[in-house]
Design a binder for this molecule. Structure first.
Ligand code: ATP
Ligand code: MG
Length: 553
């Protein structure tokens, strides 16, 4: 295989444009609407927009597409900026489409003056009825023939607040018989007496997407305006507008939306999950949002790797969440510090261990030779995982059972002598013998054992809350199922262990560190609830337990 990464079709277009001298340098933009938090679908768009601009020596603007006053909030603006930065990208300029309202208004006036836009008094129902169908041409509105002077006056009055919501619109005068329905005199401006999160009450007319987006690209001299496939029919209008307002010739290119299995991706749906209490917040670790993934312990490196692996496509598809988790494991394996934590403790008493607690050494991360080591206390009383002991084990059970031997990680080989029970027959503790010459690193015992267990010394153990997450939905593609997507929420997607027993080095756990709890998975401190106590989120299991479960059926 060649070292050179293969080009995607967007890169091919850009290289061609540069070769032909169409543009001197590349400008892209990432244009989120601030009506929700960014999700993993947005990450692919961010990766693409920022990635290609950087690759070809250009830059990317962050532009908030805030032309809809009803749904946008400053909280969303802040979260979007935080998420883009966290993903590792830097924008050149920060813009708001609302900053262009005056210029967009001037562009609209320019169209009116050219006889290319008119004020229509029809209701939205009437306009829809006159649109025609894909096989039948539309009908001209009775207001289509208005004079330029009248249109200019009415549009000015619309701006001045003379008319109520819905009374009039401004439409482009294109072609009511076009095969492209979008070209049948699209609405450019509507009246909406609404407070806007940035312009306040300054405006009561707002541009529609088609009047806002292409001219905003053009004002910023964006060369390649990359958007998702549903905008293909809009491309003709995009070109028509920029040509007629005689502004910088930006061009639109489309790529496929990326969806992820076992979740939903639309902000509208994610908002419902928050509002209806299915999750705690936008950054709930089960959410497919960037902030949720950050809180869960995903790394920007892993998310970028995921975007790189799926690349860009021309057809929308559902990407297996298993691929994202694979990328997360790949990265965490390299950076996570190894720790021992027991979730469901069973006490082990080493009856022949009579000394004080001793300090053993454990590597921080076997994948990183510079990571050093940590001290782990070892003593007479330990916790092991209850499921690591069986009184009557099946064949090939390599963990602990009466008469059996295992190695305790970083410590000694032990032999189980007796399971002590209470009056109800429940096992309360194990009495074991440890083999002093079997210490890890200087083992002279000559004993070979198959199983290695994690453990924690009782008197030095600290407790922590551990949150285990599962898929948020029970089906692969909840948006494609019958009925409401919320009917498919996995109600068992969060399991909380209020007190797991952890080795004491975790007392100093830090937010930006990642941990592998041996045999348990990858974990990180929760970034909200850790201030009062230690709370760890499971980022991902060590192996794909879900796929295994599914196979078992
Ligand atoms: P949603 O339906 O989630 O609200 P949107 O397209 O309305 O998505 P925007 O804020 O308008 O969200 O999107 C900003 C940019 O991110 C757009 O260029 C959009 O095409 C892109 N984008 C959004 N969702 C995805 C996705 N699932 N895959 C790829 N790109 C996406
Ligand atoms: Mg949108």
């Amino acid at each position: 295989m060649s070292e050179e990464k293969s080009h995607n079709f967007i890169e091919e277009i850009i290289e061609n444009d540069l070769k032909e001298g169409k543009y001197k340098s590349i400008v892209t933009r990432f244009p989120p609407e601030p009506n929700g938090y960014l999700h993993i679908g947005h990450a692919t768009s961010i990766w693409l927009n920022f990635g290609v601009a950087k690759k070809y020596g250009g830059y990317t603007n962050l532009r908030f597409d805030d032309t809809n006053p009803a749904t946008e909030e400053t909280e969303y603006v802040e979260s979007i900026k935080e998420d883009v930065k966290w993903l590792g990208y830097e924008w050149k300029n920060e813009h708001f489409a609302s900053d262009y309202f005056e210029q967009l208004y001037e562009f609209a006036v320019r169209l009116i003056k050219k006889g290319l836009a008119y004020v229509d008094d029809s209701t939205s129902e009437e306009i829809a009825a006159m649109k025609g169908t894909p096989t039948e041409p539309g009908k001209d509105s009775p207001f289509r023939g208005r004079s330029i002077e009248e249109n200019l006056r009415l549009f000015e009055e619309m701006r001045a607040g003379k008319y109520p919501d819905g009374a009039r619109v401004l439409r482009a005068k294109v072609d009511m018989a076009s095969h492209n329905m979008i070209m049948r005199d699209p609405v450019l401006y509507r009246i909406k007496h609404a407070h806007h999160h940035r312009t306040g009450d300054q405006w009561c007319i707002y541009p529609m997407y088609d009047m806002a987006h292409p001219p905003s690209d053009s004002i910023e001299e964006v060369t390649h305006s990359l958007c998702t496939m549903e905008f293909i029919p809009h491309r003709e209008l995009y070109d028509w507008l920029l040509e007629n307002i005689e502004s910088f010739p930006s061009h639109q290119y489309e790529f496929a939306r990326r969806n992820l299995s076992y979740t939903v991706m639309s902000k509208r749906k994610l908002l419902q999950l928050v509002q209806d209490g299915y999750v705690e917040s936008w950054d709930d670790p089960r959410m497919p949002t960037i902030s949720g993934m950050r809180r869960r312990g995903y790394t920007p490196e892993a998310i970028r790797d995921f975007c790189e692996r799926i690349g860009v496509a021309k057809r929308d598809n559902l990407v297996d969440v298993g691929l994202l988790e694979f990328c997360v494991r790949e990265h965490l394996n390299k950076v996570a510090l190894r720790r021992m934590v027991v979730f469901d403790p069973l006490k082990v008493v080493l009856t022949n261990y009579t000394g004080a607690v001793e300090m053993l050494e454990g590597e921080e991360n076997p994948e990183d030779e510079n990571s050093g080591s940590r001290e782990i206390p070892f003593g007479r009383e330990l916790y092991i995982e209850r499921e690591d002991f069986m009184e009557n084990p099946p064949k090939k059970f390599f963990r602990l059972f009466p008469g059996g031997m295992v190695r305790l990680k970083h410590a000694y080989i032990i032999r189980c002598d007796e399971a002590v029970k209470d009056e109800n027959g429940n096992i309360t503790e194990l009495h074991c013998t440890y083999i002093p010459e079997s210490k890890s690193g200087s083992d002279t015992s000559g004993i070979n054992v198959k199983g290695t267990l994690h453990w924690v010394e009782v008197t030095n153990a600290i407790t922590a809350e551990v949150r285990l997450y599962d898929r948020l939905f029970k089906v692969e593609d909840p948006s494609n199922e019958e009925g409401d997507f919320k009917d498919y929420v996995n109600t068992e997607s969060l399991q909380t262990l209020s007190a797991a027993y952890a080795e004491p080095s975790l007392k100093n756990a830090r937010l930006n560190e990642r941990y592998q709890f041996l045999r348990k998975g990858y974990f990180t401190l929760d970034n909200k609830d850790t201030y009062s106590r230690l709370v760890f989120n499971r980022t991902v299991t060590l192996k794909d337990a879900w796929a295994k479960e599914q196979k078992k059926g």
